[in-house]
Ligand binder design. Structure first.
Ligand SMILES: [Zn+2]
Length: 103
């Protein structure tokens, strides 16, 4: 979905992202753009997990990635508006301008 803009305040919608976690020094090998990257290193070797092939792995660091395909955006949450406050302001403005439901 392309980026859309609130008809009241003009604010654009945010990027439609997904998240993934990498462990230790694993590299991201997908095609998505890395929007943010945060690595947490652990001082002790107590962090363990069981991977798909049933090996136990010591987790020394974990990297959270936020990924974007370079073109997809979230839809507006309230039809043509980003927030309920924008719906309310637009409705009150329309009423003040003389618009009435049902003509
Ligand atoms: Zn808005």
């Amino acid at each position: 979905m392309r980026q859309t803009f609130c008809v009241y305040c003009g604010k654009g919608t945010g990027k439609q992202t997904e998240r993934t976690d990498l462990i230790n020094d694993e590299k991201y090998d997908g095609n998505l753009q890395i929007i943010s990257k945060k690595t947490t290193r652990f001082d002790t070797d107590v962090w363990k997990t069981v991977t798909n092939d049933a090996d136990r792995v010591i987790i020394k660091s974990r990297t959270h990635l936020t990924l974007w395909d370079g073109e997809s955006y979230e839809p507006l949450r309230y039809g043509s508006f980003c927030k309920l406050r924008c719906c309310e302001a637009f409705a009150n403005g329309a009423y003040a301008a003389g618009f009435r439901v049902g003509g």
